[in-house]
Design a protein around this ligand. Structure first.
Ligand SMILES: NC(=O)c1ccc[n+]([C@@H]2O[C@H](COP(=O)([O-])OP(=O)(O)OC[C@H]3O[C@@H](n4cnc5c(N)ncnc54)[C@H](O)[C@@H]3O)[C@@H](O)[C@H]2O)c1
Length: 337
């Protein structure tokens, strides 16, 4: 498969590591509006997870300063879009129109309407579209999915997902809600998508919190009501001092046990109702590598990305919008239609 990568920042650099380890995948074109990145020197790239960027040899690849020019390259079969979030919808639509398969970073788009249009165009064109909702490929969250779907936890009665850090400082555009969607879209959409993955569509959403993007604050506490599960809480955001480390965690409580994980020090652990406790065995895989490998496999086989289907990514965007709306309305419960 011949791939073109748009965006060579934190995520572009992270995906590139994954692609470079994948047999059968050939990176043939890259695009970045920062010409210095097109030299292949990504060693200055930083983010909140994983290591710094690397140095790559781009000399045999087509290099563009505009993503539109990469998409117009007929040699590119699939594009990987690691661009600022407001460009996800236009770049995906253009790539699908040009007949390319698309892997687009999360969140799929900044509105449910845009995300739905992307999904519908991919269906009409018969092309693979997958949003890079990477938690579905992280071993600690895959272990949770297995425990819930095999019934190991019994009937789930409550769940909490938390993700927090200071406002990201590696790129200016992240501070502009119109471009990034703020902390709810940029950060917590991971956990929202995990709720969708585990429990499907909630009946209603309510949220409280505080947003002051000028001060770098976007904090939320949202409750998703699931008639069969009980209350699922998604909370966190950008609200800590710069010195505070990024962290993610979950606690899922079922009749047969509680499963808990925290990146701040607790590996996925299962506390069974019979009193036993164990650290849950996990696959030793890098989630980002597994994610690009899965997209590659879907394109090669022509199979829909069942593990990360576009309709669920659309729902995650819609739920993130409802969280913001409910917070604006001071915690009013909003039904999910
Ligand atoms: N899955 C994850 O864990 C994760 C983590 C961080 C970011 N993301 C998502 O990845 C996307 C990118 O975020 P990032 O942190 O890598 O941002 P970034 O600022 O580090 O990188 C963005 C890249 O896009 C390029 N770019 C911007 N406008 C362009 C244009 N018009 N044409 C060509 N190139 C252009 C920039 O030069 C830069 O290389 C966002 O949607 C973000 O939400 C996902």
């Amino acid at each position: 498969m011949r791939i073109g990568l748009c965006g060579l920042g934190f995520m572009g650099s992270t995906h590139l590591k994954g692609w470079s380890q994948l047999a059968g995948a050939q990176m043939v074109a890259v695009a970045s509006d920062e010409p210095s990145k097109l030299t292949g020197d990504l060693s200055g790239v930083q983010g909140n997870i994983g290591g710094p960027g690397d140095r790559y040899d781009f000399s045999q690849m087509a290099r563009y300063e505009r993503w539109q020019d990469l998409i117009a390259n007929p040699d590119v079969e699939a594009v990987d879009l690691c661009l600022p979030t407001n460009l996800h919808a236009p770049a995906t639509m253009a790539a699908l129109e040009a007949g390319k398969h698309v892997l687009v970073e999360k969140p799929m788009a900044l509105s449910g309407a845009e995300a739905r249009a992307m999904m519908e165009l991919a269906e009409r064109k018969g092309l693979i579209l997958m949003t890079a909702q990477v938690l579905r490929f992280f071993p600690m969250y895959r272990a949770l999915k297995t425990a819930v779907s095999t019934g190991q936890l019994g009937t789930v009665r409550s769940a909490l997902f938390r993700r927090r850090c200071s406002a990201p400082a590696w790129s200016q555009w992240l501070a502009d809600t119109a471009v990034s969607g703020g902390g709810v879209f940029d950060l917590l959409v991971h956990d929202v998508d995990m709720c969708v993955h585990l429990f499907g569509k909630p009946k209603s959403v309510r949220a409280v919190g505080h947003e002051d993007m000028k001060a770098g604050i976007d904090w939320i506490l949202a409750e998703f009501a699931y008639p069969d599960v009980g209350t699922v809480v998604v909370t966190g955001g950008w609200h800590h001092p710069k010195s505070y480390p990024f962290s993610m965690e979950y606690t899922v409580v079922g009749d047969a046990g509680t499963m808990e994980y925290s990146s701040a020090g607790r590996p996925p652990s299962l506390y069974a109702a019979d009193g036993s406790e164990q650290v849950v065995a996990m696959d030793a895989v890098d989630g980002y590598h597994a994610e690009v490998a899965y997209f590659h496999e879907c394109v090669n086989s022509g199979r829909k990305p069942e593990l990360c289907p576009p309709e669920e990514s659309v729902l995650s965007v819609e739920l993130a919008q409802l969280m913001q709306e409910s917070r604006k309305r001071k915690g009013e419960t909003i039904e999910c239609r």
